[in-house]
Write a protein that binds this ligand. Sequence first.
Ligand SMILES: [Zn+2]
Length: 348
Amino acid sequence: MAFSEIIGQENAIKILQRALRHQRVPQAYLFAGDDGVGKKLTALTLAKALNCKELQDDACERCGSCHKINIASHPDVRLIEPDGQFIKIDQIRDMQKDAGLKPFEGRRKVYIIDQADTMRAEAANALLKTLEEPTADCVIILVTANVYALLPTVLSRCQFVRFTALGVDKLAELLQKRLRLMPERARLIASLSEGCPGRALGMDADSLLKQRDEMERLLQAISGGLQDVRVIFTQVERLTDTKDDKKDAIHDFLDLLLVWYRDMLLLHEGGDPRLVANSDAIPRLKPLADALTAAQLRRLFETVYQTKQDILRNANLQLALEVMLISLTEVYNDRNRWREVSANRQSV
Ligand SMILES: [Zn+2]
């Protein structure tokens, strides 16, 4: 992908292209920003531009060099990724050995260290040596979503380039254009991916909507004043029983639920309907939101939010979900009880 095709990182790309045009590309870059914003993609494009046979400040995507980098077979461009959980010292040592050699066929050797924050101390210290004694032929690009986990001595030797999330509006617009998605679907996906194109492109609109239908059915069941708790246990069993990646499926479900309650709060408080992620569902959301108080809506939202945090901290999945659904049911029950009381009063 050429620089011109990368979505939403105009600032970062401007910095890189200026350096390319003036032939002042530093020995080391640090690309920082959330997962899925396009850091690795931009790093690969920079590697192509540094070695492109036709262009000086971009990847032509036609020449032999660009092609080889695209299929990961260019001898002078290496992607270093965690081997298991960490980037190990041997991987950095291999890189150092290679960096001492002249480029094999390109102009510059490029090393992209993805998830650089997973380097253990000894690997980071080894890298530091390379950064302290740079060779003119090589460029090292550290890529991370977690700058604060890197050694300050490493940070200070890299030129910092910040990558930012695109924002829901802009991403939704782009998804509509590029993927020809319907506006409301584009908006839902943009919201769920928190404005990160990489994440958005990995989502499937149809299966998301199917999941949302299921979530609505479950909410209907628990909001009607649940008589039988077994409904909850059956539902939890279904959620934790997905075959491929249990944890991912549950995170998707919790994100959908969070955005759903967020939308209800927004509508309840008279916020701008254009900010509603589930914009196609506004006619259903609005009466649901009006039937609850702001405090109750906040409790619903916070309950889901807390559950997500607990699961990130490795709480037991099944237990966390059961507790969450019971807590949500309690909020609805409070409301139902209050309604009965006020209905009785009126009839007296
Ligand atoms: Zn090229």
